[in-house]
Design a protein around this ligand. Structure first.
Ligand SMILES: O=C(O)COP(=O)(O)O
Ligand SMILES: [Mg+2]
Length: 221
């Protein structure tokens, strides 16, 4: 069987490993309601995720009226408190994730996460999925002083998982492809995650339409 050269595969979380849009939407709309704003449709939220919770709030506010940093700061604890309690009510892994991760690990590949979700929320989510010991390292949006698209969190995820190269990053948004480029690493993007532009315009080295296309994409890189 053909094999690929990568020893470490780092994954984004939201819109990559799991469809977390339903719970992110509920938490955002909880904050919107408390701030006297109209709810945002889940379909729109899919195009707003990927830059962290404050950025999501900023986009939600912009879609429904005035934006100010004071409102963002007011909404942030409302969003987080709700999301913590409902982090996996409706979120679920994309089809084929478990099998693909198992196949990678069975071949001795190290897997890690680099997300802009807060690290505490990420661990909470992984626990809800039964994934708390699946990944060799988890770097969240507040693990370092900088977050994606700065390449430092991606380098940290590789380093903390053992530092074995070659490494590749798998994500769904422009944040992820920009991060991989800044790190000088190859990038695979999913066409079905959360993005703010057509997936063909993300600038990924490979674009996949299903998780079962990931390993063939890695082989071709
Ligand atoms: O924007 C977020 O909160 C996290 O998104 P990510 O897991 O796609 O980095
Ligand atoms: Mg994402």
């Amino acid at each position: 069987m053909a094999t690929h050269r990568f020893r470490t595969v780092v994954f984004d979380l939201d819109g990559t490993l799991a469809d977390t849009a339903p719970d992110l939407t509920a938490a955002l709309n909880h904050a919107m309601r408390e701030l006297g704003r109209e709810p945002i449709p889940a379909e729109d939220v899919r195009h707003m995720v990927g830059h962290g919770a404050r950025a999501l709030l900023r986009k939600g506010l912009a879609a429904t009226g005035e934006v100010s940093e004071a409102l963002v700061e007011q909404g942030f604890p409302l969003f987080i408190a709700y999301y913590e309690e409902h982090i996996a009510d409706h979120s679920h892994p994309f089809e084929g994730v478990e099998e693909t991760l198992d196949a990678l690990v069975a071949n001795g590949v190290t897997i890690a996460i680099c997300t802009n979700k807060l690290e505490g929320l990420t661990h909470r989510f992984l626990k809800a999925m039964g994934w708390e010991s699946r990944f060799a390292a988890v770097v969240g949006g507040d693990t370092l002083d900088v977050r994606k698209p700065d390449p430092a969190p991606l380098f940290a995820a590789i380093e903390r998982s053992g530092g074995e190269g070659p490494a590749v990053f798998v994500g769904d948004s422009i944040t992820d492809t920009d991060t991989a480029k800044a790190a000088g690493l190859p990038c695979v993007a999913l066409s079905f995650g959360f993005h703010d532009r057509p997936p063909e315009e993300l600038g990924a080295d490979r674009l996949i339409n299903h998780w079962n296309e990931l390993i063939p994409a890695l082989i071709s890189l």
